[in-house]
Write a protein that binds this ligand. Structure first.
Ligand SMILES: C[S@@+](CC[C@H](N)C(=O)[O-])C[C@H]1O[C@@H](n2cnc3c(N)ncnc32)[C@H](O)[C@@H]1O
Length: 366
C-alpha cells in the first residue's frame, strides 16, 4: 500500500516547484498554499518522510530562491495519534508560521481551510485510504473557487470503488443484504457525485477493467463541469502490475497539464528503464527500441490529427493528443516528431524556417 503513495509523492514534489514559481508570479505577496487533506503522521513506521515533511522541505527550498516564494502548508489529519506525530514532526515550521495542522476530518475542515487561504493560489493533495472518505460534495467548495490557480491531485482508489459498485449487484431478499446494497449504491453515488452510473453498470457486460474505466470517466466528467482540465495516470507498483489507483490531476491551465505530463512520463520511463536493467522484462525489445517505437506511434497520431486540422500549431497538436495519451509521450517527443515532419516537408512553418516555437503557425501538406 505505502509504496503506491511513495510513487505519487515524488511526482507531486517535482511538479510543485514549477507550480510554485509560476503561480506566485500572479500574486502581489508571492504567497501560495498546499493543502495536504489526508496528511498522515508525517513519518512512516520505517522512519521515511511522509508528504507533510516532503512539503515542508520544499517550502524551505522555495524560501531560498532568488525571488522567494512563501509556500504555506495546511495539513488535515483526524486520527489523534497521527495528529500528535504530525504536530511534533512539523513543530519548527509551525513556529515559523509556514505549517498549520488541523485535527479534523477533511470534509469538516473545508470551511476552515478556505477561510485560511482566502483567494491565494492553492494546490489540494487528496490522498485517502480507500474511496469512501471523499464525497464529491466535499470537493464542491474547492472546485467552485474563483481563484483560477486552484489545482487538485487526487489519489483515487478506482479498484476500491469498483469493488463497492460490484457489491451492489448481488440479489437477495435478506433485509440486511438489501440494506447493505442500498448503502453501497449511496456510497458510489456520493463518491462520483451522480446517480446515473447504476443502470448502465447493471446492464452492460463490463470486464473489471471496463467497470473501473466507466466509473473513472463519470468522475472525470463531473470534475470537468467546473472548468478543469483533468488528466489521469494509472499508478502501478511496477510495469505489468494491475492498476489500483489513479492519480487524477485537475488544473485550469494548459501549461499545468504539459508540465505534469512530462513529470509522470519521466516516472513511467524510469520504471521502464528499471525493468530492462533488472532483466525482468517480458518485452522482446530493448529500451532504445521502445523509445523509437513510441516516437513512431506519436508520429502516426500527429499525422492523423493533421489530416483533419491542416492549419495548426505545435501547442494545438499537443493539447489535442495529451489527454487521451497522458504521460505516454514527453514534450521532447512532440518536438522531435513535429521537427521530423517539417524536415520531411510534410509540415511547413509560416516563417519558412526549420526551427519553430509552440505557437508558430503550421500548415500540413501531407
Ligand atoms: C494514505 S494516508 C496519508 C499518507 C500521506 N499523504 C503521506 O503520503 O505520508 C491517509 C491518512 O488519512 C487519514 N484520514 C482518514 N480519514 C480521514 C478523513 N475523513 N479526513 C482526513 N484524513 C483522514 C488517515 O488517518 C491517514 O493518516
Amino acid at each position: 500500500m505505502v509504496s503506491l503513495f511513495k510513487k505519487v509523492i515524488p511526482i507531486q514534489g517535482k511538479y510543485l516547484k514549477p507550480f510554485s514559481a509560476k503561480v506566485a508570479s500572479i500574486t502581489s505577496n508571492r504567497e501560495i498554499f498546499c493543502i495536504d487533506c489526508f496528511a498522515g503522521a508525517a513519518r512512516y513506521e520505517d522512519e521515511k518522510e511522509g508528504s507533510p515533511l516532503m512539503l515542508a522541505t520544499l517550502s524551505d527550498a522555495c524560501s531560498q530562491w532568488q525571488v522567494p516564494v512563501t509556500f504555506k502548508i495546511i495539513n488535515v489529519e483526524p486520527n489523534l495519534e497521527n495528529f500528535l506525530s504530525l504536530e511534533s514532526e512539523t513543530q519548527s515550521w509551525i513556529q515559523k508560521g509556514i505549517v498549520t495542522n488541523i485535527n479534523k476530518k477533511f470534509n469538516e475542515a473545508v470551511p476552515e481551510i478556505l477561510s485560511k487561504i482566502g483567494n491565494a493560489p492553492a494546490l489540494f493533495f487528496i490522498d485517502p485510504f480507500g474511496p469512501t472518505s471523499v464525497y464529491f460534495s466535499h470537493l464542491l467548495p474547492i472546485l467552485r473557487r474563483s481563484q483560477s490557480a486552484t489545482e487538485l491531485i487526487v489519489n483515487f482508489d478506482t479498484d476500491g470503488l469498483q469493488r463497492i459498485a460490484d457489491a451492489t449487484q448481488s440479489k437477495s431478499d435478506n433485509p440486511k443484504t438489501v440494506k447493505a446494497i442500498s448503502t453501497n449504491i449511496q456510497n458510489v453515488t456520493e463518491i462520483i457525485g451522480r446517480s446515473d452510473w447504476l443502470t448502465k453498470y447493471q446492464s452492460a457486460n463490463f470486464s473489471t477493467q471496463d467497470k473501473q474505466k466507466f466509473l473513472l470517466s463519470l468522475y472525470i466528467e463531473n470534475l470537468m463541469k467546473f472548468g478543469y482540465a483533468v488528466a489521469t495516470y494509472a499508478i502501478r507498483e511496477a510495469l505489468g502490475k494491475a492498476t489500483k489507483y489513479h492519480l487524477i490531476y485537475c488544473t485550469r491551465h494548459n501549461d499545468g497539464i504539459f508540465l505534469m505530463n512530462d513529470f509522470i512520463f519521466e516516472e513511467e520511463n524510469s520504471m521502464l528503464s528499471d525493468h530492462f536493467e533488472n532483466r525482468m522484462t517480458l518485452f522482446p525489445t530493448s529500451f532504445d527500441d521502445e523509445n523509437e517505437n513510441r516516437r513512431k506511434e506519436l508520429s502516426l497520431l500527429v499525422q492523423s490529427f493533421l489530416k483533419e486540422n491542416t492549419k495548426t500549431t505545435r501547442k494545438q497538436i499537443k493539447h489535442n493528443l495529451i489527454f487521451e495519451h497522458f504521460a505516454q509521450f514527453h514534450s521532447k517527443d512532440y518536438r522531435t516528431v513535429v521537427q521530423e515532419l517539417i524536415a520531411s516537408e510534410k509540415l511547413h512553418a509560416s516563417h519558412g524556417k526549420k526551427r519553430i516555437n509552440d505557437d508558430e503557425s503550421l500548415t500540413y501538406s501531407g
